[in-house]
Design a protein around this ligand. Sequence first.
Ligand code: DC
Length: 226
Amino acid sequence: MTNPLPSIIALDGPAASGKSTVGRRLADALGYLFFDTGIMYRAVTWIALNHDMDLNDENVITQMAQSAQIDIRQPSQDDGRACDIVVGDKDITWDVRSGDVDANVSLVSAYAGVRKALSEQQRRIGMRGKVVMVGRDIGTVVLPEADLKVYMDASAEERARRRYTEITTRGEQADYDEILKKMIERDRIDSTRAVAPLRPADDALVLNTDKLSEEQVLTRILEMCR
Ligand code: DC
């Protein structure tokens, strides 16, 4: 008899480790829900910036995160988006990828109250099963009972190179050295914060993707599933 497929799959790793792209393809291959939890931290950061809130005021940001209505819907446009991200009646799908959000999201996601509010919602959805959930703390905090935990890693240089290619392919200007510097700073904040720091769970399978193509990473993870 073959083993059943893992129902709850946690995919964690640093920025631009390729976990969202691979996670989306993995979910498609298995017919599972794909849930990128970074979107929620990005949406909260966007709301704070858009309402001129003081990002250093943990109480104000936490209260907003507790009541924020962030809607994730099926994609309404064929422009490369995996889903629509809607706040109120505004589509903020691409706004959450802006440089301003990139620069501030680590600060906002380090707040304990923000993490509590968002991880409770993530856990509720993840516990339904048949899900590929992507983030930083899925295997350690949000869904410690996940059936399969994969931690995708890659060097900061490789991840900065991928991000650079992604931005320039969209026709936008980018500066590799600047991207690398910001990447290292975000890694530092994400992995040294007091609550739910970025790290592999003790029972996670660690996959270094430096020398692997997207296809090879997907194949490896599908092998882990089976
Ligand atoms: O994966 P991403 O780059 O979209 O994530 C944006 C930020 O959100 C990142 O700085 C870390 C944070 N994050 C987190 O702390 N916990 C998660 N489960 C997902 C993202």
